[in-house]
Design a protein around this ligand. Structure first.
Ligand code: G4P
Length: 526
């Protein structure tokens, strides 16, 4: 198969949701369709239900390096579909954010009863920043939930997405009878537990067709006609180009646990979702069909078992063909590297691969050479954009608790930050170090890992901060004034970029008003 054909058959996406909305269940059903797994329950949830460090550590230990569920690939209708897993625990959102930089599209799962929840909002924001095309799946229609129209309003308002329903539910909870697909023009009758038969799919090109009554009764048929009519008046018609530009989001309704509405969404996804997209670098735009290979590291998973200290770096292929045992340039280190055992992930299996194509993700065994955002190429110096750091939400001063181990502490912190576990800021005024994370549990995880993997110990002290903002300013004079007036709030991130540490939303607003020429950004890159 030619490079072009390989690219044309690939779709790489992430499923995002608030914990418990049904991401794991949906992933599993998709893998069942693709034949990548044979039985339900084969996908282990990556979520951590309890929030103690020991639970987290136990799960991480079990996952170890065989973190097979990080990328799940399956074949469906001659396509190769890569699902990148986005860890579901709210404390680990930064890892999730970063995974979204490696996808070409996303599916957002929303619980019909709970509606749009906080984590979904944050994750969709990241997608919106990058104009990632989004499909929305409203899940758990077998339960009572919100009115579908209200829910669509909520999706538009809270997530800022322009929606276009491509299926519509007939009732919900106890009265749930099925969905009408405006995309396929058929009615699919609901059967619990995935017991769908062919005769449950009834072609109805025109909703005025009286066979509708036969299947769902007069009342439900009339309600469906009214609602679909209204939906078609209110919402824009489906437009694939607008979807691919990230400007219009198709919406599907279903029940993942009952495997209902999932095939319809998958079939639409395979029709409309983008194949691997061009990627911006600081130097130029890289097209997937370029002959020469390039890719970037978006995630590093450390094996926290001290007996096996290796790490695995996840590389997204952006152009050309990646080959095993071939020399590639590690751009940041200006060094050639070759990989004897690059790994692919097929649901629960992982295997050594000989080659990989744009859209694929390969796992590279790493002894500490990689950082998030690193680029590999055939020789060209490229730096992929769009793999920013995101402002943490929790901050603490970190102090060395064992003066004899300061080297170990520095090394441990450095490596954990390279993995993207948290962010380290050094205050300009006094050199004090501040760790920023998305969730509170991460502080304990860092402490534990420093101790167990590096023999270093740290303690924390509270610091009252709201956000870290990366600073940009093209007006030299205004910048100098800002630097001198705000020196006590300034720090450097680990790449030496200047960051303003805002104590509160109000303090940030005041600083913005006082320094209008300065840009305050919540990510390290726009
Ligand atoms: P997550 O990965 O987004 O965190 O969610 P997950 O798939 O683990 O689903 C969370 C819970 O919601 C699970 O129940 C799952 O069975 C249930 N669920 C998923 N889809 C549907 C659906 O369409 N309808 C209904 N009624 N429930 C659904 P659990 O009790 O937390 O776990 P389990 O013991 O069933 O695994």
């Amino acid at each position: 198969m030619s490079l072009k054909q390989e690219i044309a058959r690939r779709k790489t996406f992430g499923i995002i949701s608030h914990p418990d909305a049904g991401k794991t269940t949906l992933t599993e059903k998709l893998l069942l369709f693709g034949g990548a797994i044979q039985t339900a329950g084969a996908v282990k949830s990556n979520k951590i239900k309890k929030t103690t460090v020991s639970d987290f550590m136990e799960i991480e230990k079990q996952r170890g390096i065989s973190v097979a569920t990080s990328v799940m690939a399956f074949e469906y209708k001659d396509l190769k579909i890569n699902i990148l897993d986005t860890p579901g625990h709210q404390d680990f959102a930064e890892d999730t954010y970063r995974t979204l930089t490696a996808v070409d599209s996303a599916i957002v799962v929303i619980d019909v009863a709970k509606g749009v929840e906080t984590q979904t909002e944050k994750l969709v924001n990241v997608c919106r920043m990058r104009s990632t095309p989004i499909i929305v799946f409203i899940n758990k229609l077998d339960r009572e939930g919100k009115d579908p129209i209200d829910l669509l309003d909520e999706v538009e308002q809270k997530l800022g997405l322009r929606v276009c329903p491509l299926s519509w539910p007939v009732g919900q909870g106890g009265t749930f009878k099925g969905v009408y697909s405006m995309y396929e023009k058929n009615l699919v009758l609901f059967r619990p537990h995935g017991k769908q038969e062919e005769e449950d799919i009834i072609e109805i090109n025109d909703l005025a067709d009286p066979t509708l009554e036969k299947h769902i009764g007069e009342r439900a048929a009339n309600t469906l006609r009214d609602e679909v009519h209204m939906v078609q008046e209110v919402y824009p018609a489906f437009d694939q180009a607008a979807y691919q530009r990230g400007e219009l989001s198709p919406v599907f309704f279903g029940s993942a646990v009952n495997n209902f509405g999932v095939r319809e969404m998958l079939d639409c996804f395979t029709d409309i979702a983008p194949t691997p997209l061009p990627r911006e670098t600081e130097e130029r735009i890289v097209l997937p069909e370029e002959e020469k290979f390039s890719g970037f590291v978006f995630k590093i998973h450390a094996n926290i078992d001290p007996r096996h200290r290796d790490r695995i770096a996840f590389l997204r292929i952006c152009s050309g063909k990646f080959e095993r045992n071939t020399n590639y340039l590690h751009v940041r280190n200006a060094r050639q590297m070759r990989f004897a055992n690059p790994t692919s992930f097929m649901a629960s299996k992982k295997e050594v691969i000989d080659d990989a194509y744009p859209g694929d993700v390969v796992g590279l065994y790493d002894s500490g050479n990689f950082k998030i955002g690193d680029t590999l190429t055939e020789g060209e110096v490229l730096h992929f954009k769009g793999i920013p750091s995101f402002s943490p939400e929790q901050f603490r001063y970190v102090e060395n608790a064992d003066p004899l181990k300061s080297k170990q502490l520095a090394k441990g912190l450095d490596q954990l930050m390279d993995e993207g576990v948290a962010q380290l800021f050094t205050k300009e005024i006094n050199g004090r170090k501040i760790i920023g994370t998305v969730g509170a549990l991460q502080f304990e995880v860092i402490q534990y890992r420093l101790q167990h993997e590096y023999g270093a110990s740290c303690s924390y002290e509270p610091v009252n901060l709201y956000k870290a903002c990366w600073i940009k300013c093209s007006d030299d004079k205004a910048f100098q004034e800002f630097r001198s007036r705000r020196s006590k709030d300034l720090a450097k991130d680990k790449d030496g970029q200047l960051v303003f540490l805002a104590e509160s939303a109000w303090a940030l607003k005041m600083a913005q008003e006082a320094h209008p020429a300065v840009e305050f950004r919540f990510t390290s890159e726009e």
